[in-house]
Design a protein around this ligand. Structure first.
Ligand code: ASP
Ligand code: MG
Length: 425
């Protein structure tokens, strides 16, 4: 099997950790796998380099004025960890060679600090594999057609790993961090949270965008597009390699599973425009006005008010609500009147699961559980595999807990503390 493994910053934070990763890699090689290993910079190295740049230039805008040089600086972080890991693997008795993103022919566009991968030419990596090496590739970086060194944006090593796996036709991409997989809810908030054994790309993307601490969303998109099977797990787990979350196009699991996870994001707000003249023209004008100001709207709902007037509700990031409110207020007289109410301090709770599709009673169960805890819902929206509700920020944890319980998510998989499957404890 050809496997791409990716190790995050905490997994290679110290010399001991680098040696521990080398031992894991060597174990896989001795099982007969071919390995390409993508590494992040050690520990907080990238943050430290960013801080260093800020100190030298005197403010936090080094990235704005010196984006090319920031890329030169930041790529040094991954260069350190890749070289050290290659040494550690060689010391453990296996062949290893490290390559920068540029040497591995990860070709990107020219956008410094937020480059996109355009192409990966795998020949050099393949040649090094054929010579019996583990190939270590620096994460988060590439080279543009103009031969400038680029980086993919913070957290971009996940993207490097998945894109490499796709380009090489790897059997699997394993992404290791300090968490043991994707949880049904934040385990710091919900003690009953479990590691989801299997999840689909779509579900993982929804969980990521809903605020769950999982992979870089771009990496998941690439995995979905090129059908790269993923395994997410902890580099600190030494024993059982089956712990973790497997991500595939079509997970195999019990049919009765309605939801796979609940995620929460605070810092949301709602804008209610009431007494607007009815008609598509008004709504369109509001949306175009906001779009032109670069304000992204999240949920939209419209309802009939009195006397042929309508009420339009928009939800958006709390940071944007002031600007959005001012802008719309200024538009109201020209549109024929209307009022505006702003509600801040809301949280977005997303219920995710492909099993909810075409199933009766999912809303009922969700609402009943919120009602029992007297949690008010301020807005709701759905997509095929997600129901999103807005609640008061102060009730966020209660809401997640209530929904986790209502959909018995504790039955989904292993207990992260003991590793025991649910029901076996
Ligand atoms: N070292 C980079 C960062 O901290 C890339 C990564 O870790 O994925 O953002
Ligand atoms: Mg990092």
């Amino acid at each position: 099997m050809l496997v791409v493994q990716k190790y995050g910053g905490s997994s290679v934070a110290t010399p001991e950790r680098v040696r521990a990763v080398a031992a894991r890699v060597v174990r896989a090689v001795r099982r007969g796998d071919e390995l390409v290993v993508v590494v992040s910079a050690m520990g907080d190295t990238t943050d430290d380099l960013v801080a260093l740049a800020a100190e030298v230039v005197g403010d936090a805008d080094a990235a704005v004025r010196h984006s090319r040089e920031m890329d030169m600086l930041l790529t040094a972080g991954e260069r350190i960890s890749m070289a050290l890991l290659a040494m550690a693997i060689r010391e453990a008795g296996e062949g290893a060679v490290s390559l920068t993103g540029s040497q591995a022919a990860i070709i990107t566009d020219g956008a410094h600090m937020s480059a996109r991968i355009k192409e990966i030419r795998g020949d050099r990596v393949r040649a090094a594999l054929e010579q019996g090496n583990v190939v270590i590739v620096a994460g988060f970086q590439g080279v543009s057609a103009a031969r400038e060194i680029t980086t993919l944006g913070r957290g971009g090593s996940d993207t490097t790993a998945v894109a490499l796996a796709a380009a090489l036709g790897a059997d699997r991409c394993e992404v290791y961090s300090d968490v043991r997989g994707v949880y049904t809810a934040d385990p710091r908030k919900v003690p009953e949270a479990r590691i989801i054994p299997q999840v689909s790309f779509e579900e993982l993307l929804e969980l990521a965008s809903a605020g769950a601490q999982v992979m870089h969303a771009r990496a998941v998109e690439i995995a979905a597009k090129y059908d790269v099977d993923l395994r997410l797990g902890s580099a600190f787990d030494t024993g059982d390699d089956t712990i973790g979350t497997f991500v595939t196009r079509k997970p195999q699991r019990m049919e009765e599973l309605v939801l796979t996870g609940v995620a929460a994001k605070s810092g949301q707000a709602k804008l209610v425009l009431n007494g607007l003249p009815a008609g598509l023209r008004t709504v369109t004008a509001v949306l175009v006005g906001l779009a032109e100001a670069g304000i992204s709207v999240d949920m939209i709902s419209e309802s009939a008010g009195s006397e042929g007037r309508i009420e339009l509700q928009l939800t958006l990031d709390d940071e944007l609500v002031q600007e959005a409110g001012d802008l719309v207020s200024a538009m109201l007289p020209g549109m024929g009147g209307g009022g505006i109410v702003v509600r801040r301090g809301l949280s977005k709770i997303a219920l995710i699961g492909s099993g909810m599709h075409r199933r009766a009673g999912v809303y009922a169960r969700a609402y009943r559980s919120l009602l029992e805890k007297e949690i008010e819902v301020y807005a709701v929206s759905t997509s095929g595999i997600t129901i999103t509700v807005l609640v008061e920020e102060a009730r966020q944890d209660d809401a997640v807990q209530a929904l986790h319980e209502a959909f018995t998510l504790e039955l989904i998989g292993e207990d992260p503390a003991t590793g025991a499957a649910a029901g076996e404890r």
